[in-house]
Design a protein around this ligand. Structure first.
Ligand code: IPE
Ligand code: IPE
Ligand code: MG
Ligand code: MG
Length: 443
């Protein structure tokens, strides 16, 4: 099931009260309504752009759009467009394309940051997995490019240059400062690239596509960049906010994922013991979170030739495990299994002991199988599930259940055989025990 986005979303910076703070008390009362009207046009355009004929893409691309967003970039484009002929059709299209670029980057960013929430809803990759989230971001970039292409070469160039900076900013943030880079300066450059670039492009495009005087263009670029960095610095503080109902994000997502945000970096500039201690506690916590995330990978960094044997081992042990599950389904003792006896068989799931009955030609086996079939049909039609108690007890003691256990042991032995290329030692021993335990369990 797809989670429904929360409310109708946050239009015009509603949640953070940005619009109020920008426009309240402004001399021109008409500017607010002009911007509101322009944003409404962008909204209509956006709504069309996130639609898709493909059923899955239609749901995934609309998902974060419908969840809300402050529309800061279009608002800026519309605002600077008022330096020229106002909110032209071109301004609306370019502002929409920039917001789509932003939207696509959020799908990707949440995969990169392992973020659980965005705009108050579960992030896209937690709903559809990384692949679909990444591809949805790509789809939105494609839509942004199509829109820019309508405006011609200059718009495509602006989009491509901006996007390149955004991507490099994200990449540099990921690899971190290199030898000779000053961490805080490096980070400010990252902020300018990953966030400032797009906000600057928004401010610039309002000038270009409203036909405003050319001499406004560079000042607007510089303004957008600086404002973008300031915006992103606030984002680092918001990451520390304890209140997800206000931010729509999981508190501490960046820091927990090891992204060194500005408050953390500035700790490194301080020489007092308390700052150093806080920083090392954060470092230690990040390392422990990262180690826990890797703990499922048994052979990280182990020789490549162990990889295939591990695949075979896992597969064989998994079959053994599942065969035991079929036997456990027949166990009469829920206190041991933690499950309701006969859940699978009463529900008509053909488990191995039942299937093996079909391999046998004696009348008793055929009769037992027919009684189980009959019971399953009656249960499906509403009869009390206990009508199968007798037949299930019989199946539990039947030769086919013992045959299932033998099969489980066989698969478990094959799993152990697959370990042959591994050196003797504690790991191999533990895996061997694991495979045995899998075929010799009662819960
Ligand atoms: C979030 O941007 C990602 C950053 C670049 C900081 P916004 O804070 O503009 O996100 P929405 O569009 O309002 O959700
Ligand atoms: C997002 O930066 C930047 C881009 C999407 C290009 P962050 O990772 O710092 O932003 P949030 O906190 O997830 O919104
Ligand atoms: Mg993020
Ligand atoms: Mg990020």
């Amino acid at each position: 099931m797809t989670p429904r986005p929360s409310a109708a979303g946050t239009r015009l910076s509603g949640k953070l009260g940005l619009s109020d703070r920008i426009f309240a008390g402004l001399r021109s009362r008409t500017l607010l309504s002009t911007v509101e009207a322009g944003l409404a046009r962008v909204e209509t355009e956006l709504e069309g752009e996130v639609r898709s004929a493909d059923k899955l893409a239609d749901v995934t691309a609309r998902y974060l759009y419908e969840a809300g967003g402050k529309r800061v970039r279009p608002m800026l484009a519309i605002l600077t467009a008022q330096l020229g002929q106002g909110t032209t059709k071109e301004v609306v299209e370019v502002a929409t394309a920039l917001e789509l670029t932003h939207l696509g980057s959020l799908y990707h960013d949440d995969v990169m940051d392992g973020a659980d929430k965005r705009r108050g809803v579960p992030s896209a990759q937690t709903v559809w997995g990384n692949n679909i989230a990444i591809l949805t971001g790509d789809l939105l970039f494609a839509r942004a490019s199509q829109l820019m292409a309508r405006r011609g070469e200059r718009a495509i160039q602006l989009q491509a240059d901006t996007f390149e900076r955004l991507v490099l900013g994200q990449m540099h943030e990921t690899v971190g400062p290199q030898e000779g880079d000053e961490p805080v300066d490096f980070y400010l450059k990252v902020l300018a690239d990953k966030t400032g670039s797009l906000i600057a492009a928004a401010a610039q495009s309002g000038v270009i596509y409203s036909g405003a005087p050319e001499e406004f263009e560079q000042p607007m670029v510089a303004f957008g960049e600086k404002a973008g960095v300031a915006f992103q610095l606030l984002d680092d503080v918001i990451d520390l906010s304890p209140d997800p109902s206000e931010t729509g994000k999981v508190p501490g997502t960046d820091l927990r994922a090891g992204v060194p945000t500005m408050p953390y970096l500035l700790l490194g500039h301080r020489s007092d013991a308390a700052s150093a201690d806080l920083r090392s506690r954060i470092d230690e916590g990040q390392e422990r979170i990262a180690a826990a995330a890797q703990s499922g990978v048994i052979y990280s960094g182990a020789p490549e030739e162990f990889e295939q044997p591990m695949v075979v081992f896992g597969e064989k042990a998994g079959v053994a495990f599942q065969l035991l599950d079929d036997v456990i389904d027949l166990s009469p003792d829920p206190s041991e299994t933690g499950k309701v006896p006969g859940t699978d068989l009463r529900a008509g799931v053909p488990t191995m002991p039942y299937l093996l009955l079909g391999h046998r030609s004696d009348a008793a086996s055929a009769d037992l199988r027919a009684r189980i079939d009959d019971g399953q049909e009656r249960i499906a039609a509403g009869a009390d599930p206990s009508i199968l108690d007798g037949a299930l007890a019989e199946l539990r003691d039947h030769e086919t259940t013992h045959e299932t256990l033998r099969l489980a042991h066989q698969w478990s032995q094959e799993a152990i055989d697959a370990l042959a290329p591994l050196p003797d030692g504690a790991v191999r021993e533990a895996l061997t025990r694991f495979a045995r335990a899998v075929a010799d369990r009662s819960a």
